[in-house]
Design a protein around this ligand. Sequence first.
Ligand code: ADP
Ligand code: 5GP
Length: 210
Amino acid sequence: MSEQPRSPLIFPKSSQSPPLAARPGAEQTLIVFTGPSGVGKGTVLQALLALHPELKVSTSATTRKPRDGEVDGQHYFFLTRSQFQDMVAQDEFLEWAEFAGNLYGTPRLPVFERIEQGQRVILEIELEGARQVRKTAPSALQIFVRPPSLAELEARIRKRGQDSEEAIARRLARAEIELASADEFDICLTNDSLEQTVAELEKILFPGHS
Ligand code: ADP
Ligand code: 5GP
């Protein structure tokens, strides 16, 4: 069986390859979009995709149970823990991590295929996954989204109305750790006004667009 294709541009074979300097703009083919659960990452990306449908957001796999309205294969690939662990054993994830008691991972192949086709791909993932991608794809543009405050973050998680009290507590505890990591990222946005955040992200990813 032949190996899956790898783009030498973003997936250097060994850690000997020096990290490329992060250059905000259109040249990055892989974009990592991180921030605490509930900060609005999905909402911001949906709004940006409506403006730029050519952007691709990777569909992750998770062992979390679907929330109301979530569709398998669209919002996530919903897997059992054993299915997920099989994929880990087969090295089928570009990155994966445990978050608030569930496993989440980015299937490697669809990302490679899109990049081979010249498409830009966005990974909406948590901190540990972002750190893994920083090692394997150092030229990826890494963007972090902050909430205006922890109180507002909690209000947003509650407004979403899809998480148990236990899940909310786990997400908030994790949020404090994630927020302390914001300096590791190339770009940090504060999602206060949704419209403004989408406009800022559009400016970063489509600098020539007015
Ligand atoms: P994430 O994908 O980061 O977990 P979501 O996109 O699910 O977060 O957003 C969590 C909640 O916050 C949703 O109810 C969403 O409508 C709301 N939200 C997102 N951005 C904003 C914003 N700028 N101002 C107020 N509410 C927001
Ligand atoms: P949620 O359960 O709220 O959908 O997601 C919880 C957290 O997992 C969010 O911070 C989200 O960005 C992150 N996440 C979603 N998909 C992936 C993935 O493929 N890999 C990693 N590492 N995190 C993910």
